[in-house]
Structure formats: C-alpha cells, structure tokens
Design a protein around this ligand. Sequence first.
Ligand code: LLP
Length: 418
Amino acid sequence: MHYFSYKGRDFFCEETKVCSIAQKFGTPLYVYSKRTIFRHFHKIKEAFASINPLICYSVKANSNLSILNTLVREGAGLDIVSGGELFRAKKVNCPPQRVVYASVGKTDEEIKDAIKYGILLFNVESLGELAQINKIAGQLSENVDVTLRINPDIEPKTHKYITTGRKETKFGMDINTARKVFLKRGDFRFLKIRGVHIHIGSQITQSSPFIKAIKKVKGLIDDIKKEGINLKYFNIGGGLGIVYDKEKPQTAKVFADRVLPLLKAISLKTILEPGRFIVGNAGILITKVLYVKDTPSKKFIIVDAGMNDLLRPSLYEAYHRIVPLDRKPKTKDRRPKKADVVGPICESGDFLGKGRKLDVEKGDYLAVLGAGAYGFSMSSNYNSRRLTGEVLVDADKVYCIRERQNYSDLISKECIVT
Ligand code: LLP
C-alpha cells in the first residue's frame, strides 16, 4: 500500500491530486503524507513491541513542527542535536522525559537549556563534554543522566559522509575509553552514567553492521555489569535504510527479529532514534519544468527546484526517482531521450537527477520522490532563493505547514552599513 501513486494519468498523495496542490501552492514545494508517517512509525513500534522501546524520532531528518507534533502525539520521543531542535521539542510540548540529546559540539548554553527542560539524557561524545556537563549540572545543582556514545568501529556499508561508527570519524568514544569512564564515574559528581549509545551511520540497508556493533558493545555492557555498575539504557540509534531506487533494505520486522534476541539478552531499556525510516518516503518535492534545453551533447530539463532545496543528489550523489505529475500516454512517435534534471543554480553540481527518461515540456510538473528526510531540513538560501513551502496531506485535506519565504524574509536580519 503506497500513499504516493498514480490513478490513471495523475499522481496522487493519499486521496489528493498532487497537480492541484502544485497549482494552489506553487512550486518548488515539499508535500508530505501524514498516513505514511503514521504507518512507518507504527511499523517500528510494532516490530519492537515485545520490548516496549522508547522511540525517539530524529528531528534532523525533518523538523517541521507539524510533523514533530504528529509523532509526539502518537507517543514518540525526540532525538535532538542542537538548541534549535530543543526549542522545537518544547514548541510541540514533547515531554522532557522523552527527549535525548546527541551532538559532538554541545555549547554551554545548549547544555544549560536542556538540563533546565529536564531531558531524559545526554548522549555524551567525549571526555571534555562529560566534564563540561558535570560542571554545568553542578552550577545548576542538578543531577543529570547521561549515556556514553560508543564508537564501535564498524563499517556500515553506506556513503562515507553518513558513516559515523568508524574509528576515523569524529563521533563517540572508543570502547576502552568508555570502560575507563565507567570505572572512574565518581569523578563526575553531578552525572549518572546510565547506559550506552551507538549510531553507526545512516541509510544502512543490511542488519549485519547493526548486529556487529551491538555485539561489540554487549561485551562492554557485560563487563560493566560485572563491576556491579547499574545501567538502565541501551540506545541503538537510527540508520535504517529505505528504498530510493533498487535497494532492498531490511524491513522493520526483519531488523527487529534479528536484533531482538541480542537486546533481550542485554536486558536494558532500548532507545531507538529512527529518522529517515519514518519520514523519507513520506515526502516528495514538486517542481515545475522551466525549460527543456537540447544541446548537441546532452539534453537538460531545467526545473524551478535546485540544490538549495534538495541537496542530497549534489552532496552524496544520492539517487531520487523523478516522475511526472501527469503521466502522458505512451505513443510511438514520443520516445523520450535521456536528460539531466537540473536546477537554476550557478553550479554544475546543481542537479536532481541524471540521465532520466522523461517525456516533459515547459510548464509540466515533476515530483522528486523520497525527499521527506534530509530534504527541507538541509535546504538553504543559496543564490538568494527563498526556502520552499511545505504542505501536509491527510487523505483529501491539504494543510500548509510552512509558508514559502518571501523576499523580505531573505534580508530580515541584515543591515546595510556605509
Ligand atoms: N541518531 C543520531 C545520533 C544521528 O546522528 C542520526 C542521523 C540519526 C539518529 C538518524 O538517522 P536515520 O535514521 O535518519 O538514518 N543528511 C544525510 C543523513 C545524515 C544522518 C545524520 N545522523 C542524508 O541526507 O542522507
């Protein structure tokens, strides 16, 4: 069951014709399916039901308040990485005891604000950070729960920029350092070190790297327990891959079936931090064809969305399917030639897809699929382009959940000095 599909010639999101959304709200525009978000959240919840984990949706994947609110009302917690994401968590009234905070570079202000809000725990990534949170907790006369983020040095078999659990990456601490910290936990008077955290990467399509990482960390957890140290949480991060093209990622159920025996043996409260799995395929970016440019060497479909709106193809050479909102009937004389779908930005790296067979002309609309995660949230004002709008579809209803920026927004914090 897909909530994005054709009915006849027209591309639909749930029960709404996407073309009518494009006409009403303009393009470029992000369109999200509420039912898909629900469905993916519940897939994870059900797959792990036997251990009742805390599922903290990873805000960075898509931080729109309506999406956060939808998930929080469904019982999700939030995985945050900045003061800005904490601000969003507060705005949707996420219960503080469902908020976990990772990031290698938490500032004093961010740490203070999170302690004051009463978050469940910090995922601590270094010795310096541990000392700093301890100091700030002392100043505020608070006891603060933390878990140590472990870098298990495991190859997750994904793009190098989204590999986070190899020893040469900046994330977490190695197992030996973590072991020493547990043994010297008394040095941190205001901290309770309650468990361990791992997040080995993103868009991971197989379960084996997760299993390897969990097994490696289980050794550490067993040793710590033997020392008589009481642990409460095991946070296994996010990272579940989705289908963009021809990948065959593990389903939530297959993933759970493989990791549950290990998690049950470890017997701590499991925390999960899925981002992409929940929202990735719940969103599309719609865009309009501005020009079709046929050069002697190549054909280009020039559209009104660019790398500032969706950075993934440019940054990771990520593949996103691109489909027309109006699927024209195939005829013998219409043989679309392969074309690069490119944006208006002044960079050769500004493309949404390369070598695509699309039968389109000026004024047609296209949908870039799988754009719900790390789409809008990574967008920018580059080339002084306005951030796009976002809409949420619920069956046949369409809600504007972010207005497109206007030109005044672009300069609202600037001033001219002479
Ligand atoms: N937990 C932590 C600590 C993370 O750093 C991340 C993602 C997640 C959870 C969620 O991972 P997910 O379930 O979404 O894979 N911009 C890249 C992805 C960067 C992921 C960063 N960390 C992309 O567009 O592919």
